[in-house]
Design a protein around this ligand. Structure first.
Ligand code: ATP
Length: 219
């Protein structure tokens, strides 16, 4: 495998795990984050870890950001910082930019800027899980952020014989059922009229607290 150089801007959960995985694979990885503590923590695990503000063009130039094969903008919550950083990277002529989007609109803006690849970790994860389900892999729970996750669970007793719409999972609990495995059948993106059967395996995306409460109450 050819060794590549990556710069990861923003060491949140996504950025940190991406940087650590790339580093474990033997690639050169620079982590850049505004948070000094995060930078300190990662400094022993990646090639370089630098503290700074990625919306400062001069800082990015000094880092030699255009020399990296790939630059990943892994800033999510601060939309302004994500967009401004991507714009500066594009202007500087970075070879390949990947940016994480929080939602469809954020993704659209990033695409307009000319980011080479926009990733939606939550959405992409949902698809991956549906695929794993189809392959009969055992799933558990994948954290998307400290508060949200994709959870796999057997339909609690009280859900049996009811439709997703009737249960109001999305409307009442903000829980999106991404896929359901019923016996050997996989239903991806089940609709509101899907009737839950005994033993159905639900893959749902939602807030951990709400999900736990729902599963407890329905059992
Ligand atoms: P995740 O979901 O991956 O945990 P997130 O979407 O919540 O991340 P943020 O918390 O917005 O993302 O940002 C991730 C990281 O990016 C944080 O560690 C933050 O310090 C860093 N960051 C945010 N803005 C900047 C900036 N302008 N320059 C450098 N780092 C930044």
């Amino acid at each position: 495998m050819k060794k590549k150089s990556f710069a990861v801007i923003g060491a949140g959960r996504f950025g940190e795990n991406l940087a650590l995985s790339l580093s474990e694979m033997g690639h050169d990885v620079l982590v850049f984050d505004a948070d000094e503590k995060k930078v300190q923590e990662l400094s022993y695990q990646v090639t370089h870890a630098v503290q700074g503000d990625s919306t400062n063009e001069e800082t990015l130039k000094t880092l030699g950001i255009t020399n990296f094969d790939v630059v990943v903008v892994a800033i999510g919550v601060d939309l302004q910082a994500s967009i401004l950083t991507s714009l500066i990277l594009k202007d500087l002529g970075v070879k390949y930019i990947i940016a994480k989007a929080q939602n469809a609109l954020h993704g659209k803006v990033l695409e307009k800027i000319g980011v080479d690849r926009v990733v939606f970790p939550e959405k992409d994860m949902g698809i991956r899980i549906a695929r794993q389900l189809a392959a009969y892999n055992v799933l558990d729970c994948i954290d998307l952020s400290p508060d949200y996750s994709v959870t796999e669970f057997i339909a609690p007793k009280k859900m049996e014989g009811k439709s997703l719409g009737e249960l109001g999972l999305r409307a009442r609990y903000g829980i999106n059922v991404i896929a359901i495995r019923s016996g050997e059948k996989i239903n991806i993106s089940p609709l509101a009229d899907y009737m839950i059967s005994k033993g159905d395996l639900l893959i749902a995306l939602g807030e951990n607290k709400v999900m736990e409460k729902l599963i407890r109450e329905q059992n």
